[in-house]
Design a protein around this ligand. Structure first.
Ligand SMILES: [Zn+2]
Length: 310
């Protein structure tokens, strides 16, 4: 999985080091760094950081599950061949190097120096940073957060330039190995809770805003007694609801509310509003959406959101 990260040293201004592209979450890169320190680099942190930061200035595709007894370098897909028996890929130029750590500056790639810093990291989609303190023999695990306090997720080389970095854990390199999955899941769960709370607040605000529009429709005496209205309400609840994101639902409801405040659209069974509601169009078999139907959708959305978050 392309989870972006960085291997860095702590500096006066934060951290500074190299990009790491694949599996940079604690249970991937975090664990591998701890294992390399105790294994291949035999507790020599200076030697380890020299190799991981100074000698590979363009950064890493991945160091996870790679053999540091081999010379690091990139392997282009065109220089790989599949072993038909085992299914494993083999580096055609030098099969002995197949399991080498993959950097962007040696082997088949010669990319430029790229210094990842606390200032530029989140903008390029970096989600996890491992920042080493050479004196104290510690590794800080940092995670990037959005302004609303949810975990930043990087995509296609882009992140949130305004994200802030929080220290998730300080690992004593000579101490007990932490539970990497636990650290990772904790961050995910906390962020999910924060997101749920934001959503709840938004829905509460939305419901109080639509109250007025809804009471107009309510006063008109529509309801389950009206066959067409009941039919439309079922249509929303059964065929539409599950396909829409909650913010799309609120957006649709807002537009319907505005219409109801201008005109008694619940009395309108003629006008076709489908062009104004392209989000609903894929679910309408008749390609016809009347004012009455919109009011049923509004009730459906309110019911749906009152029932909790999706
Ligand atoms: Zn390199």
């Amino acid at each position: 999985m392309g989870t972006r990260g960085a291997i860095t040293r702590l500096t006066k201004d934060g951290f500074e080091g190299r990009y790491h592209h694949w599996d940079s979450n604690p249970s991937g890169l975090g664990e591998q760094l701890f294992k390399l320190y105790h294994g291949h680099f035999k507790e020599n942190l200076d030697a380890m950081l020299e190799e991981l930061i100074d000698k590979h200035p363009a950064g890493w595709s991945t160091i996870c599950c790679r053999d540091f007894n081999l010379k690091a370098g990139y392997i282009e897909a065109s220089n790989q061949k599949r072993n038909e028996k085992t299914g494993e890929y083999v580096y055609t130029k030098n099969p002995k190097l197949t399991n080498r750590p993959l950097c962007y500056c040696h082997g088949d790639r010669k990319e430029k120096t790229w210094l990842v810093t606390q200032k530029n990291a989140s903008d390029s989609g970096v989600e996890w940073v491992y920042a080493f303190n050479v004196q104290n023999k510690t590794m800080q695990i940092l995670a990037s957060y959005n302004e609303d306090n949810t975990k930043m997720i990087g995509m296609f080389g882009c992140g949130n330039p305004n994200a802030t970095w929080k220290i998730i854990k300080i690992v004593e390199l000579d101490g007990k190995e932490p539970d990497w999955k636990y650290i990772e899941n904790n961050v995910r769960e906390e962020s999910h809770k924060t997101y749920e709370n934001i959503k709840k607040k938004e829905i509460a605000k939305f419901l109080s805003n639509t109250k007025e529009a809804f009471s107009h429709v309510g006063k008109s005496g529509l309801g389950i007694g009206d066959m067409a209205y009941a039919h439309y309400l079922m249509w929303y609840l059964q065929d539409v609801k599950e396909h829409l994101f909650y913010d799309t639902k609120m957006e649709i409801a807002k537009r319907i509310s505005e219409l109801t405040l201008k005109n008694p659209i619940w009395e309108d069974r003629e006008t076709n509003y489908i062009k104004d509601f392209p989000e609903l169009e894929p679910y309408s078999s008749t390609k016809q959406i009347s004012g009455l139907q919109l009011c049923a959708v509004l009730e459906g959305i309110v019911k749906d959101l009152q029932g909790g978050s999706q």
